[in-house]
Ligand binder design. Sequence first.
Ligand SMILES: Nc1nc2c(c(=O)[nH]1)N[C@H]1C(S)=C(S)[C@@H](COP(=O)(O)O)O[C@H]1N2
Ligand SMILES: [Mo]
Length: 518
Amino acid sequence: MRRVDTQRRETAVVGVAAGLAATVAAGAAVGFGRPWFVFTAVRWLFARTPDVLVRFGITEIGGAAQPLFAVSVGVAAIWVLGAAVPLGEHVANRTGTGVATPMTVVATQTLLALLAGGTAPAAVAGGLAGGVVAVASTDVRGTGEDRRTALRALGTAGLAVGVSGLFARLSRDSAATETDEASGTDDTVTTADVENDNLERQLFEAAEGRSLDVPNLEGLVSRNFYQVDINAADPRTRREEWTLEIHGAVDGGGTLDFAGLLDNPTEYRFVSLRCVGEKLNGQKLDTALWTGVPVEALLSDVTLDEAVTHVAARADDGYVMDFPVEALDDAFLAFGMNGGPLPQGHGSPVRLLVPGHWGEINVKWITELEFLTEEIDGYWEKRGWHGTGPVHTVAKLHTVDTTGPSVVVGGHAYAGTRGLDRVEISTDGGDSWETATLSDPLPSRVPTDADPETLDLDDPADDAARMWRHEYVASESHEVVVRAVEADGTVQPRKNGEGDPYPSGATGWVSQTVEPNG
Ligand SMILES: Nc1nc2c(c(=O)[nH]1)N[C@H]1C(S)=C(S)[C@@H](COP(=O)(O)O)O[C@H]1N2
Ligand SMILES: [Mo]
């Protein structure tokens, strides 16, 4: 009885170690990138997840939802792949051949990894790693020393993963050198000749100078920009591999590459993005300085058919968004963000920015602009969202500081391209209103070849959030309410308190009960 228990335990330990080795080694073999079967499985499962769950993940869990989902799938993968060990032992017992165990493990795990959508090298690396663990554990097994079995199994698992990762790294490096030699250039297309450090510095200084001093609140430029992705692993495309296809109901479309993009006028723009899925007082509203090319310039030789009403923007991650073609008039293709290249998570090498619209049509990793004569449903619209139109106005209440003698409240406010006239604040639940201090607008767009000496930074950006701040004395518990007034005098409607983001974005006044100090 005892022996059987020990055996079972050992099998379980070796199974987990082999499953772990296979899962992680397969990831290491592909640099934990998109071909890893954990990610392909995540993508497959995510595409089949009921919309209510996806919505719940986005609105309730937010940015952590994707990683959480991926980790759960990873843990499940370890268990499923680990089952190859008891299976192998069963085969070994039946056939009376010891090597049947590792052989079964290698075969089963490789097959499972392939079935989960992993690429062949990753699947084979995983299977072999699992097999190595099974082999290494055989001779300590049955000695009844589970601790030794466990140590041996996990040790080999670690070793197998290390070898796989090292091997992958070496082969990647040599592949990279080969392509560089073949193309006769050194690696990347640079944008150095269109960048203007002096100008960038002035723009950032202006942004810093105009940011209000509000405790625990990031300034006008977000260094910590929110991110929303439909996949757990983002596309990795190098600038020299990137192309944009312009096609559909047009004359003069074609395919543009990165060098072709840079042949157009380039400019800096401060632009904010807000996600339609964020809660009313959520954290998915951010602003950056982007570098890029106005879409208008790219379309100068393109004639749209009379009947064109919509455009579909498609991306490398399978994402597609459809919106009215007019929205493209003032749109922008960005390849730089906050003074550096566009980060991978924000759509490298090139993303679309559409002024005044919800984040979702600001397609990252863009590969296609297709002009259409009728509307199609984009990724989120298929899931019931209505986020292809203009963004709703919001004034956030992100700081309520009661640590000093007076109360300091503040936040960011955004009204898309409608612009803000003022932000109003009530400290009595909405009975009376005062005007809060509002930051000066960020500077308007500037060509990257503008002369830094004669730069005029007084024109306001037309699609960037501002900051507000208010300070007052209070001694009793009270309700703070904040609302935005748009440039044309339109007061933001009160709406329902919470403002459910689904399906067309949260709007309304943000309020909070404040308990002053003492
Ligand atoms: N290709 C692609 N583009 C995309 C997304 C995506 O998942 N894939 N997410 C969209 C959503 S819902 C938003 S709110 C913005 C967010 O941009 P960010 O991640 O750079 O903040 O990108 C949009 N563009
Ligand atoms: Mo979004």
